[in-house]
Design a protein around this ligand. Structure first.
Ligand code: KIV
Ligand code: NA
Length: 275
């Protein structure tokens, strides 16, 4: 059954945990969908894991549309959320609305996600009013990396913790259907989860969130530029890929691949007539 924002709301009511992972392409999205994931985030983390940037700042609307549409084609039942990239919504409500619309029309998203609290409430309200579901994102918001001065836990002192709680209430009031909490102390994430009527989706935010999300390359062991403490490795696919690549390289080198079974036949008669 197709997961919708209504599914997400109901999961919180019923106390059922929501699972999300990222994806950036059709075949991964198809596998996630077949495994029964609730939601797939086409994250701007694609800047890091797909495009090899150091941060998400350079990710464009075109990148998000390109990968969003690929994921949407593979996701039959998962809710597809596409990230609004840096500077596609911060500047004005008009930009936010126009770009959210593009992610829906061209990127085939079911919902968009944007980073920030009270400062983006007008944008959230306008996008929601246009009939586009919005997911919020608080705590470590990677698009503000240059303001933070590094990837670190957010909301640790009283002022920062209160601000995070206030931000969560403000964006929930503005109409987000869910809130990602990234790199937030577990007890604070619990407090936020109890304070808002919409599901919280944690990444490095403890077990009391209403759901969890990870970047799929991190949890599969496919990306090792850096591995945050919150990542759990469910497989070592990176090693499996390297072993398979090496096996292929060796066999090609030795002439052991391909064999007759991988080739196509033609009658000897035809071959003999050639001059
Ligand atoms: O871009 C992304 O992958 C994200 C998740 C880490 C929440 O925003
Ligand atoms: Na993101």
């Amino acid at each position: 059954m197709k997961n919708t924002v209504a599914t997400f709301r109901k999961a919180k009511e019923d106390g059922k945990k929501l699972s999300m992972l990222t994806a950036y392409d059709y075949s991964t999205a198809s596998l996630l969908d077949a495994a029964g994931i609730n939601g797939i985030l086409v994250g701007d983390s694609l800047g890091n894991v797909i495009l090899g940037y150091e941060d998400t700042i350079s990710v464009t609307m075109e990148d998000m549309i390109h990968h969003g549409a690929a994921v949407a084609r593979g996701a039959k039942n998962a809710l597809v959320v596409v990230d609004m990239p840096f500077m596609s919504y911060q500047g004005s409500v008009y930009d936010a609305l126009k770009n959210a619309g593009r992610l829906m029309k061209e990127g085939r998203a079911n919902a968009v996600k944007l980073e920030g609290g009270v400062e983006v409430v007008p944008q959230i309200e306008a996008i929601v009013q246009a009939g586009i579901p919005v997911m919020g994102h608080l705590g470590l918001t990677p698009q503000s990396i240059n303001a933070f001065g590094g990837y670190k836990v957010q909301g640790k002192d009283e002022a920062a913790a209160q601000k995070l709680l206030d931000d969560a209430k403000a964006i929930a009031e503005a109409g987000v259907f869910a809130i990602v909490l990234e790199c937030v102390p577990s007890a604070l994430a619990k407090k936020v989860t109890e304070a808002v009527p919409v599901p919280t989706i944690g990444i490095g935010a403890g077990a009391d969130c209403d759901g969890q999300i990870l970047v799929y390359q991190d949890m599969l062991g496919m990306f090792s530029d850096f591995t945050p403490k919150f990542v759990k490795r469910y497989a070592n696919i990176g090693e499996a890929m390297k072993a398979a690549f090496k096996g292929y390289i060796d066999e090609v080198g030795e002439g052991a691949f391909p064999t007759a079974e991988h080739g196509y036949g033609i009658s000897n008669e035809v071959i003999q007539k050639l001059y």
